[in-house]
Design a protein around this ligand. Sequence first.
Ligand SMILES: [Zn+2]
Length: 138
Amino acid sequence: MVPEDSNRKPLPAPDADTAAFWRGLQQGKLLLQHCRRCRHVQYYQQATCRQCGRDELEHRPATGRGKVHSFSVVHRAPGPAFKADVPYAVLLVELAEGPRMISTLVGSDPEGVTFDMDVELAFDQVSDQITLPRFRKA
Ligand SMILES: [Zn+2]
């Protein structure tokens, strides 16, 4: 692990289970894992299906549409690196495909977020390797 510098935002480090996922984001696709056995769809990348335990997963790009299931507006930055961002909205988004994922809102007033608000994916390239999936009001 690289020592953390509190003035810089932590970035994800792709590994064997997540490399394809991060490559997809660089190409403007949010890849979800679909189980060929039980049809379960999952967001958190892992080697096996969380529902049936099989390893017959395949990646398919998400439509990018979703709804705000829950949210919180952050007014106090969790660290110096986030000071310029507050206030910002942390969203729990239910994707059209079913899985829920946590991310942040971009492009509009965080105080305007409501439950069940329609959102769509926005790709935020933060480094050469990492593009983060965020959401904007649809
Ligand atoms: Zn399954």
